[in-house]
Design a binder for this molecule. Structure first.
Ligand SMILES: [Zn+2]
Length: 566
């Protein structure tokens, strides 16, 4: 895949995106992105390091140039001659550089590949360099960033090259076990052995626009099984839609994105260290004694909870949290727009936030599937929950759904299993979890992200085993009986506080949260901070035990009641 290589001396470059002739110096100033068409030109490893890392404190780590010609491999050129040619072309000893330093002050170790060096092919030296970078990240307990560009394994090293996939994957697994954040930056192209090992095993996959990632390249597929491939096949856009990568970022925004993600991966201060002190606003807005709550008419609450103007999860995230970075996809089969999530900062404390997302207009609601998540949504949530556990991030979930998406595709992809898995995963999470029902808490689709240490509800929110309409049509055979069913279901915040399903109720502004979104967000922020501050003092084992006991206790009184009858 020849384009002009980064070290060429020519002053001009032809853009493969638009065919324009570009002045090389200007192109370099613009991070090698064409100012005309936005095409992201390939970047050499050294230039990439300079683009991404802070100048201050940057250190180049020695990596082995151990590309031994064990097989005495000769194609049209002997392997040693190919290596010499690549070294001359790139000025590098091998196809990867390893550095330590910071991105906007956030420390990291990075291994950056260079496609100009034998197509970024994965040989023993690259495998060893990636593993050493991982070891260094482990010793220093700082995140590892891998900038990937590769055509695949290096044929000249035969099966030794293949083994580098296992070797690097093990190194990443060790970082998982140690709770060290890993980020992969996917650049064009990333294929074969690199794609099927370290490039896609990271916690977060960030891709440049149009960057291609895959195992088998399109030519291989077309030649071996003669399949016709769709347009944009294997591009970042194609992969994002299918839930396989987290985000696409233009090169200009990569640094800022990395900085936010790296900040999330640092062991954060507990909210008690930086949160608002004492029992100020939280104590005023969270009611824990049911007697202090004004009663709410059930049907009024149902309608208020569904009000189109009511703040959604993304509205709350914008007001309540800082530095939210939305991560997408379940890494298996899709991305569900009805669940959003990612790392964010609450009062200086890095957290993971996940929530159902509705919308304010019909178009938005349709795009978000009315907040009804598919199995892909719950699997994404579980992926983020596990990431929270790995990075010791407290988890905050915002519940607002009429229920899980009822439909053929959802059933075909295992809706029941996806919900069950989310419920089980939350129950065993070693980090503090606070959930807040901000609107509708509909059935299993709500509980799937609601198995928390502390469950809060906004005062007009509802939480129920079924929608009042659903209940009315089944038990009364008349949907018009929904208001009666709503009353019977005991779905309002005061009723659920009395039942112990909710631990606290956040008072909404007069007339509902939609009347003053900013005030609502302020109260939510105070309440979440307060809850997290208390929970962060508890050891992980104790948290799990208490959480399990909390859910174990529901219905215990029913047992006692029954026993009394026998
Ligand atoms: Zn162009």
């Amino acid at each position: 895949m020849p384009t002009q290589d980064a070290t060429s001396d020519t002053a001009w470059v032809i853009c493969p995106g638009c065919g324009e002739v570009l002045y090389r110096k200007r192109l370099a100033r613009e991070l090698d992105v064409c100012h005309g068409c936005g095409h992201h030109h390939r970047v050499g490893a050294r230039a990439r390091v300079e683009q991404l890392l802070d100048d201050a404190g940057l250190e180049w780590v020695d990596v082995p140039e151990r590309s031994a010609d064990v097989l005495n491999f000769v194609d049209t050129l002997p392997y040693p001659a190919r290596l010499s040619r690549a070294r001359r072309a790139t000025g590098l000893g091998e196809g990867v550089v390893v550095v330590t330093g910071t991105v906007a002050g956030n420390p990291l170790v990075a291994a950056v590949m260079d496609f100009g060096f034998m197509g970024g092919s994965l040989g023993s030296a690259i495998g060893e360099a990636v593993v050493r970078a991982a070891d260094l990240a482990l010793r220093r307990r700082v995140p590892l960033v891998l900038v990937c560009a590769s055509g695949g394994a290096r044929m000249q090293e035969g099966a030794l090259a293949l083994m580098q996939m296992a070797k690097t994957s093990q190194a990443l697994a060790q970082l998982d076990e140690a709770g060290i954040l890993t980020i992969s930056v996917i650049t064009d192209p990333t294929f074969g052995g690199v794609a099927a090992s370290f490039a896609t095993l990271c916690d977060v996959l960030v891709a440049e626009p149009r960057a291609r990632l895959g195992f088998a390249g399109p030519r291989v597929i077309e030649q071996t099984i003669r399949q016709k491939l769709p347009p944009h096949f294997q591009t970042a856009e194609f992969l994002l839609e299918r839930g396989l990568i987290d985000v696409i970022r233009p090169r200009r925004a990569l640094r800022a994105t990395l900085a936010r993600l790296l900040a999330a991966g640092r062991p954060g201060p507990t909210p008690s260290g930086t949160g608002p002190g004492g029992a100020g606003p939280a104590a005023e807005s969270v009611i824990r004694d049911p007697a202090r709550l004004p009663s709410v008419d059930a049907w009024t609450a149902v309608r208020t909870a569904r009000d189109l103007d009511r703040p959604t999860t993304l509205d709350h995230i914008a007001h309540v949290f800082d530095d939210f970075e939305e991560l997408r996809g379940d890494r298996v089969s899709g991305d569900c727009p009805a669940i959003v999530g990612g790392p964010a900062v609450l009062n200086g404390c890095p957290v993971m936030v996940i929530g159902h997302q509705k919308g304010h207009s019909f178009g938005e609601l349709r795009a978000r599937n009315h907040g009804m998540a598919t199995p892909q949504g719950y699997r994404k949530a579980v992926r983020l929950m596990r990431m929270a556990a790995k990075l010791s991030l407290p988890l905050i979930t915002l519940i607002d759904t009429p229920g899980a998406y009822p439909g053929l595709e959802a059933e075909e992809s295992g809706q029941a299993m996806a919900i069950a898995e989310a419920i089980r995963c939350m129950g065993g999470l070693p980090t503090p979890i606070v959930s807040c029902v901000i609107g509708e808490g509909g059935s299993g689709g709500a509980l799937a992200i609601g198995v928390a240490d502390e469950v809060l509800m906004c005062s007009n929110a509802t939480y129920s085993v079924i929608s009042p309409e659903g209940c009315a049509s089944i038990l009364w055979q008349d949907r018009a009986m929904a208001p009666v069913a709503a009353e019977a279901l005991h779905l309002t915040a005061p009723q659920l506080l009395r039942l112990g399903i909710a631990d606290g109720v956040i008072l909404e502004p007069e007339g509902g949260a939609q009347r003053d979104r900013a005030l609502m967000a302020e109260r939510l922020r105070a309440a979440l901070t307060d809850s997290l501050r208390n929970l962060s003092l508890i050891e992980p084992d104790e948290l799990r035990k208490t959480r399990r006991a909390r859910f174990r206790s529901f219905g215990e009184t029913a047992d006692i009641g029954e026993a009394a009858f026998t």
